[in-house]
Design a protein around this ligand. Structure first.
Ligand code: 6PG
Length: 204
């Protein structure tokens, strides 16, 4: 909400966890006219498909605003994944994100960067197609580690017991490709994990 008020380039995450956060952000700050919004990943489905990360953010956030963002940079999940990734890469090259929001999967994935996937090795491209290793099992398009890391602030959101092991591995243990979220950190500023009691249970 503060980030929306301040403006700049904000990267939204998918999954179920941020829905309430988006609804609250829209309530508390209905003017997003200074912000541009981006996504960290998208499922390869049309934008109005119930599995689309864009669709979730539209319903929980964008449709509830009084002043729309200055720009909404959607990943085009309805296109061929290589084409959609290339187009998004052109759109975001040169941008330093002000805020990147990330989720955390029970297997330690974030965005659509899955454990031991080849996408974790990518250092040149900023956006790539990704094989789904988590439900919904549709192909994905994801920002890579260098793309997500080019931000001034990064916030991970995770709640619930089924995230406890992943949260310990991501934020308590040494970085490892077994836990992609442990490899994704802001290079420009701070990285913060916002966890509820259950998700934080295995961290000391
Ligand atoms: C996606 C995501 C993904 C998500 C985690 C957590 O497209 O699925 O961006 O990385 O954030 O899987 O999802 P939940 O919040 O639903 O547990």
């Amino acid at each position: 909400m503060e980030a929306a008020r301040a403006g700049g380039h904000l990267v939204l995450t998918g999954g179920g966890t941020p829905r309430r956060a988006y609804e609250l952000a829209a309530e508390l700050e209905p003017d997003w006219s200074k912000a541009e919004v981006w996504w960290g990943d998208e499922r390869c489905v049309p934008p109005d498909d119930e599995r689309a990360n864009f669709g979730m953010a539209k319903g929980a956030l964008l449709d509830r605003l009084e002043q729309a963002p200055a720009a909404v940079h959607r990943i085009k999940g309805e296109l061929d994944p290589e084409q959609a990734a290339a187009a998004y890469e052109v759109e975001l090259r040169g941008i330093t994100f002000d805020l990147v929001l990330n989720g955390l999967g029970p297997d330690g994935h974030t965005a659509s960067l899955f454990p031991h996937a080849p996408t974790l090795e990518e250092r040149e491209r900023l956006v790539v197609p990704a094989e789904a290793k988590h439900e919904p099992f549709v192909e994905r398009i994801t920002l890579t580690i260098p793309a997500l890391a080019a931000c001034r602030q990064m916030i991970f959101l995770a709640v619930g017991t089924d995230k406890a092991d992943a949260a310990k591995r991501a934020f308590g243990d040494p970085a490892s490709p077994a836990t992609p979220a442990s490899l994704v950190r802001s290079v420009e500023g701070e990285t913060v994990a916002v966890l509820d009691r259950e998700a934080a249970a295995e961290l000391t």
